[in-house]
Design a protein around this ligand. Sequence first.
Ligand SMILES: *[C@@H]1O[C@H](CO)[C@@H](O)[C@H](O)[C@H]1NC(C)=O
Length: 305
Amino acid sequence: MAPSGISLNKPAAITILVLVAGGVIMYRWGWSSPHSSAAETDISNAGSKKGNADIKPPDGKKIALPSELPLTLTDSKMSKEIDVNKLPDFPLSPDINATAIKMITIDVKVKDKTLKINSRQTGPAESPTLTVLLLHGQAFTSQDWIRTLRLLASWGYKAVAIDLPDFGKSKAESLGDASEEEFMTALVGTLGSAPVIVSPSMSGRFSLPYLFSDRSDSEQRAAAFIPVAPVMTDKFKANYPKSQVPTLIVYGTEDKNLGTKSRADLQALPKAQIAPIPGAGHACYMDKPDLFRNVLHYFLTSLTK
Ligand SMILES: *[C@@H]1O[C@H](CO)[C@@H](O)[C@H](O)[C@H]1NC(C)=O
């Protein structure tokens, strides 16, 4: 009795699955149209990702369900705001604290000198899916990223946090007559591939001229950009509309100064999504570290799909 019941229901079940998947795909296409008003809720479906990921059709091929499709950020006028409270929790492996972090001095040759830049690095050395370069704010160093470095490695990424010249264990190094842009160009040149750049606060002095000063090739200079309420965002406004670099604008909702200002300026980037961290101040990655990491995990995953 049971076997005949299953064979009768199978085609019906497949038909329903196809119809539902098709309907959701069309719904999402609708959201990315220029006059859509529902764009800002797009990310709220991300929570269903895990539950759906492994549903397989009878022939064994994996279906690309709607929540697994890459984000389409085609409308240059549209900024997508992520509801951070609805993101799934990032994966946490139980032996996370055993992940080794290496202190590596990077020789950054800029102008006619070599700066000895301290870095903390982890993750696969050979062909990682992405390299994430973490800069830091005025009151911080690479040390403040240790747990994030370990998580990034556990998610499969190479992660490099540096002490910027004049900070932390790079305290003795100074740019001299080299510019921040020249420094960043030389630093990224040592990494082997264009990284995702995480840039909080003061480090905007480095990341923003590197990506946006008189250039329209930012998408070749970084795989993606994660500005976290950086300084100097008003300096490069003219160049943002020309950039195709995938960007995640992160800031704390209580950061009424740089948070608000950087969001207003940076949302001119055509491929920007916006992730306001509720209840967090300027150093939102310190105030709400797990919400920040959910955002980070969500965005990095969307880049590699
Ligand atoms: C790892 O270390 C952190 C910080 O010391 C601690 O809060 C956490 O419980 C430890 N274990 C895991 C699995 O995160």
